[in-house]
Design a protein around this ligand. Structure first.
Ligand code: NDP
Length: 328
């Protein structure tokens, strides 16, 4: 028997999440069984712990879109018992049972060996949010971003994606401007390496004109919506925005003018279906480019029984930095 956070749906369609005991035989199909050590809380987890957001198909469900732990049994030659692994994406925790459990059974293709220099706890302090932040930074670099180009904007900065993006960019020598709706997080953001803080209200007004002054050499955007539309009009000539999230809305009330007159690039970032080689590259870059003392400063610890509240909090934008869930 082992513990997991199990979400049930009642006859009226309401979901209820609670810690319950499961047996090995209840685990879904897969060729690798992992003794999970740590998981975390991402925005999507908030949806899957709560109302489902159209992501969860079958109940009872075990959420947790990412985890790190030790291989317990494997039918795949690439993994053997005792190997340390990390998993993000592939709709684990949504369509497939996930990491809010002391055991998970998954497809070996979905796993990545834990990179040298990272513990399973650190890997989940990074989690899907931090992994995606790294993908965004890599995409900006692939499109020519260099520290000398000028300041880089990070939106939703006090959240998970934003916190990790801020710490990585600052460590790489970029001047980082952090956008936040929580002024009380200014000291925290500066401790991660932000040199300037911009209030959310300054950027989430609908655009009045398609082009404004050219302020930003790059942007990691976790917010979308009206803020992304504004930011596009403030990018320097030829600069790129990595679109990661939709915390402020899925719409994009923008014009194409920044693309046509300033050669601005909008780069889509998906973490779920990333090819294996790019996953490896991103995890290795995280181990190299994310200062572990800054990562530790983002962490709040949690257990399985804290998850129903944390799930609701992240949907309301109330979680600061990264939650690390010790499932044991
Ligand atoms: P968090 O909730 O930790 O961070 C989101 C941040 O956005 C908040 O902390 C807040 O930052 C800001 N925010 C929240 N609501 C609003 C609003 N209405 N208007 C403007 N800003 C707002 O979530 P994550 O960092 O984990 O994820 C961020 C986004 O990225 C989510 O939309 C998530 O779904 C997406 N995502 C996408 C992935 C991909 O593969 N593309 C992978 C992982 C995440 P502050 O308080 O500083 O203003």
């Amino acid at each position: 028997m082992f513990n997991a956070l199990v979400v049930e749906k009642d006859d009226e369609g309401k979901t209820h999440a609670a810690v319950a005991q499961l047996e090995d035989g209840q685990l879904p199909d897969g060729d690798v069984t992992v003794a999970v050590e740590f998981s975390t809380v991402n925005y999507k987890d908030g949806l899957c712990i709560g109302p489902g957001g159209g992501l969860v198909r079958n109940y009872p469900h075990v959420p947790g879109i990412d985890f790190a732990g030790t291989v317990e049994a494997s039918d795949d030659a690439r993994y053997k018992p005792g190997d340390k692994v990390v998993l993000t994406g592939w709709r684990v925790g949504e369509a497939h049972w996930g990491g809010y459990s002391q055991k998970a059974r998954v497809k070996s293709d979905w796993l990545v060996p834990l990179p040298d220099g990272l513990t399973s706890r650190q890997a989940m302090a990074v989690g899907t949010a931090g992994f995606t932040a790294m993908l965004a930074v890599m995409a900006l670099e692939d499109h020519g971003l260099k520290p000398a180009n000028g300041p880089v904007l990070v939106t939703g900065a006090a959240g998970g994606v934003g916190s990790v993006a801020t710490a990585i960019l600052a460590n790489l020598g970029y001047e980082v401007t952090a956008v936040t709706g929580r002024p009380e997080t200014a000291d925290y953001l500066k401790s991660l390496g932000a040199s300037q803080i911009v209030a959310r209200e300054e950027l989430n007004e609908p655009i009045k004109r398609p082009l404004e002054s050219e302020n930003w050499a790059g942007c990691v955007d976790a917010v979308g919506g009206a803020m992304l539309a504004r930011v596009l009009g403030q990018m320097k000539y030829g600069a790129s925005v990595a679109a990661v999230g939709l915390a402020g809305g899925a719409g994009l009330p923008a014009t194409v003018v920044p693309f046509l007159l300033r050669g601005v690039n909008l780069l889509g970032i998906d973490s779920v279906m990333q090819p294996y080689e790019n996953r490896l590259r991103a995890w290795q870059r995280i181990a190299k480019d994310l200062p572990m003392d800054k990562l530790e400063a983002m962490v709040q610890p949690a257990t399985l029984s804290d998850l129903p509240k944390l799930g609701a909090d992240i949907l309301q934008g109330k979680v600061k930095g990264r939650v690390v869930v010790d499932v044991n």
